[in-house]
Design a protein around this ligand. Structure first.
Ligand SMILES: CC(C)(COP(=O)(O)OP(=O)(O)OC[C@H]1O[C@@H](n2cnc3c(N)ncnc32)[C@H](O)[C@@H]1OP(=O)(O)O)[C@@H](O)C(=O)NCCC(=O)NCCS
Length: 182
């Protein structure tokens, strides 16, 4: 049950707990390093850095950073969602959906048109995401056919999905070849 929940922008003092939460949720250091790299990169311009507390304990975190369409001047305002983490002992209780919806609402308030991500095809459709490839959007690096369902988008401004298409780019840390099996 979702009791005693607080969703708010992360404060600098939350950073160590955010990194530890990402290590726990993903079982490794890669996503914590990704968070550190994105927060340190002015080009990533993190738009949403949101934490979820239960009581005074950090249980969830999500980051949205800046994306763009390759070679498109005056393109739409794009966000890239990564990473999203919920504490392993609190998963499956709606916290991930609460964070994802709150991040979308904040991005919409910031006049973002589209949010892209690579993620679990069983989870994100619950939060309004649809496969991105059928709408003509491709990833920064080529994606094997079996990974295509993980490439998803959410439309925030009506018409943006049908109006735009192309190769989506992201901050350097999200384009590291290691993340893409390079
Ligand atoms: C993925 C994650 C963020 C989901 O958050 P959560 O709080 O556990 O999810 P919620 O309780 O809001 O939603 C649960 C629903 O999503 C589905 N879901 C959750 N994680 C899933 C996964 N990895 N694959 C497929 N479906 C998943 C559940 O089956 C459940 O569906 P139901 O409501 O029909 O039973 C969380 O499990 C997590 O942090 N996992 C480890 C890190 C990770 O994989 N992050 C996301 C990277 S894309």
């Amino acid at each position: 049950m979702m009791t005693d929940i607080l969703l708010c922008p992360a404060a600098p003092v939350d950073i160590p707990a955010i990194l530890e939460l990402n290590r726990l949720a993903f079982g490794g250091n890669a996503e914590a390093e990704l968070v550190e790299a994105l927060l340190a990169d002015p080009a990533a311009a993190p738009l949403v850095n949101l934490v979820l507390f239960q009581g005074d304990v950090l249980r969830g975190h999500v980051l949205l950073s800046r994306g763009w369409l390759d070679g498109v001047a005056d393109g739409p305002a794009l966000s890239w969602l990564a990473p999203l983490a919920v504490h392993p002992e609190r998963q499956g209780r709606g916290l991930g959906q609460a964070l994802t919806h709150a991040a979308s609402a904040m991005a919409a308030e910031m006049d973002q048109s589209l949010i892209f991500l690579m993620g679990h095809p069983g989870f994100y459709p619950k939060c309004g995401y649809v496969p991105a490839a059928p709408h003509g959007f491709t990833t920064p690096h080529p994606l094997p056919i079996e990974a295509q369902p993980a490439w998803m988008v959410r439309e925030l401004q009506k018409g943006a999905l049908s109006h735009w298409s192309g190769r989506v780019r992201a901050a350097a840390a999200l384009e590291w070849p290691e993340l893409w099996g390079g």
